[in-house]
Design a protein around this ligand. Sequence first.
Ligand code: SAM
Length: 189
Amino acid sequence: MNVQGILPYARTLLQEIVRSGDTVVDATAGNGHDTLFLANLVGDNGKVISCDIQDEAIMATNERIQKASMSKRVKLHHIGHEHLNQLPSFQTAEIRAAIFNLGYLPKGDKGITTTGDTTIQAIEQIYSKLSKEGRIVLVIYHGHPEGKIEKDDVLHYVSNLPQEEAHVASYQFINQRNNPPFVVVIEKR
Ligand code: SAM
């Protein structure tokens, strides 16, 4: 396949704009793959604010970033992303980009998933701190029951962001079976 897959495309959207020294957010740390990817992009003077609600995810992400000697670039928080605005490091930051990899932790408890209302609260908080031309990238999984509700809630919210303020686009495979994940990107104008 030469067309970019969903996860590679989500990363392309981040890579295109994140520069050395930037502050970025991984709103769903999980196993830490995206946190590490972002840590590589922001360089020694940048910061990744990363959060998750599960011990397991915090431990896995911590281990991954320590192994890669990236701990200095990452601030890992055991909180829900709907509470990002309580972090002093977030309050004072201008955010260049954020990634949400929604759904449940791969190989983890499938009963613990992101939900529409808290995801939207976090998007609102990050959007208010986003730089001009900064991006929020969402990877939406809607093959599980909560994911379907979340998809509808999030799409309703982002579709109503004023066109004068933001570009909102989606990237998806439209001939795949079983509700494949897709990307939504919000770019502040
Ligand atoms: N980006 C991760 C990676 O690279 O491995 C995968 C993320 S996984 C699909 C989704 C994660 O979101 C889970 O680890 C889950 O615990 C987390 N999560 C669920 N609700 C959350 C919330 N309100 N705030 C932050 N993280 C949450």
